[in-house]
Design a protein around this ligand. Structure first.
Ligand code: KIV
Ligand code: ZN
Length: 436
């Protein structure tokens, strides 16, 4: 089967940032945008410029700095929003204005207080205006999955006529289910005759179906997926980028699609977001949770030792999870420490690393093994966290260093403990373990 290219649209900096506790300042957004670039996403939705001065500044800074991916900015279907989005975007190499307007009766009646006719006209006018400023215009009929299908198609046809080149179909309230969403996407695909128009998905996770719905939509003809790192976003979040990317890679036998995602950069991206927002990744989160490659049950450990294929459908390294055997303790050297820092999204020059190393040795003397969260705290104490950039592809070097410096254990990580920079040795510290 021929493999179709899927456009990965990351909205961590816009929809993701709307989730409670996940707001980021301009520097933090820029830092994450660099990581999204390394991750290979095709589109970065950098913000909603009319929403605040900070959002405007972040979109402007990202547009001016990140040149490979398309940079998108969100706008409601009205001139002031669209003008503001364009002001923020116009320095981008590949700018995109993303216009949205709710189309479901419930939103029209109670939120917008406009008729369907007015909605249709407003959507068309807004897209035409956006197109007069920017060649690349995306339109989203908000709450599409609860919109009357015939009216939804009328709006979509009208905005295509007005110049939209991407039609994003949001499941705004996470209400749809895979078979139903696939049928909706097929219906839209048939109605929109223009082959150049890309159909996109934007699924929320209120029923825990965002990834399943996104993949069902792809099977029905969608070619862009909107998603976020760690699945953050409004309420229960958006479809998780890492889960989609891994599913497409691991099950390439059933999904004849490919993306530009460098899967080895998934874990560093997840860690960086968590480091910036201070929102931890749930331990059992697929792909990037700390238990995703941990094996505790004796039968599982036995199987893993005999052959990892017994219980692992992908290697930790393939998604950028650090080698399980690289355990940092007082016998570890600068090289291993530097590699683990890189894997956690922090790169230091020699002098900076020396400083970290001195503190690391003091700490390692006090606790048995220095875990990642200890190291992140130590880095923050020493250098702050604002300007670190993880390099690409550190796994091979990590594996090589692991062979030299590693000690392994068969126990998974215990719950996090605070950084005991000055306290006594804690006997209950256990080794950090990814896999066996
Ligand atoms: O969930 C949603 O409907 C949105 C749109 C603005 C695309 O985030
Ligand atoms: Zn959304």
């Amino acid at each position: 089967m021929e493999s179709a290219r899927i456009t990965m649209f990351d909205t961590t900096l816009r929809d993701g940032e709307q989730s409670p506790g996940c707001s980021m300042n301009v520097q933090e957004k820029l830092r994450l945008a660099h990581q999204l670039d390394r991750l290979g996403v095709d589109v970065i939705e950098a913000g909603f410029p009319i929403a605040s001065e900070g959002d405007f500044a972040a979109v402007q800074a990202i547009a001016a700095t990140i040149r490979r991916p398309t940079i998108a900015a969100l706008a409601r279907a009205c001139r002031p929003d669209i003008e503001r989005a364009w002001q923020a975007l116009k320095g981008a190499e590949k700018p995109r204005i993303h216009v949205f307007l709710a189309t479901s009766d419930i939103h029209l009646r109670y939120k917008l207080k406009i008729s369907r006719e007015e909605c249709l006209q407003q959507a068309e006018d807004a897209v035409r205006f956006a197109k007069s400023l920017c060649a690349d215009v995306e339109f989203s009929p908000e709450d599409a999955t609860r919109t009357e299908p015939e009216f939804l198609c009328q709006v979509l046809e009208a905005v295509v006529e007005a110049g939209a080149s991407t039609l994003n179909i949001p499941d705004t309230v996470g209400y749809t289910i895979p078979t139903e969403f696939a049928a909706l996407i097929s219906m839209i695909r048939q109605r929109i005759k223009n082959e150049k128009v890309m159909i996109s998905t934007h699924c929320h996770n209120d029923l825990g179906l965002a990834v399943a719905n996104s993949l069902a939509a792809v099977e029905a003809g969608a070619r862009q997926i909107e998603c976020t790192i760690n699945g953050i976003g409004e309420r229960a979040g958006n479809a998780s980028l890492e889960e989609i990317a891994a599913a497409l890679r691991v099950r390439a036998d059933r999904y004849p699609y490919h993306t530009g995602i460098v899967t080895e950069q998934l874990f560093p991206a997840s860690q960086m977001l968590s480091d910036i927002t201070k929102v931890p990744v749930q331990p059992n989160k697929a792909i990037t949770g700390r238990n995703a490659f941990a094996h505790e049950a004796g039968i599982h450990q036995d199987g893993m030792l005999k052959n990892p294929l017994t219980y692992e459908i992908m290697t930790p390294q393939s998604v950028g999870v650090p080698d399980s055997k690289l355990v940092l303790g007082k016998h570890s050297g600068r090289h291993a420490l530097g590699l683990r820092c890189e894997q956690l999204g922090h790169q230091f020059d020699r002098r900076e690393l020396d400083e970290i190393y001195r503190k690391f040795v003091v700490l390692a003397d006090k606790i048995k093994h220095v875990q990642d969260h200890h190291l992140l705290e130590l880095i923050e104490h020493t250098h702050g966290s604002s300007r670190r950039i993880p390099p690409a592809h550190v796994d091979a070097r990590a594996t090589a260093a692991a062979a030299v410096e590693a000690r392994s254990t068969n126990f998974p990580e215990l719950p996090s403990t605070p950084l005991p920079l000055s306290s006594e040795h804690q006997p209950d510290q256990e080794d950090y373990l990814w896999g066996v």
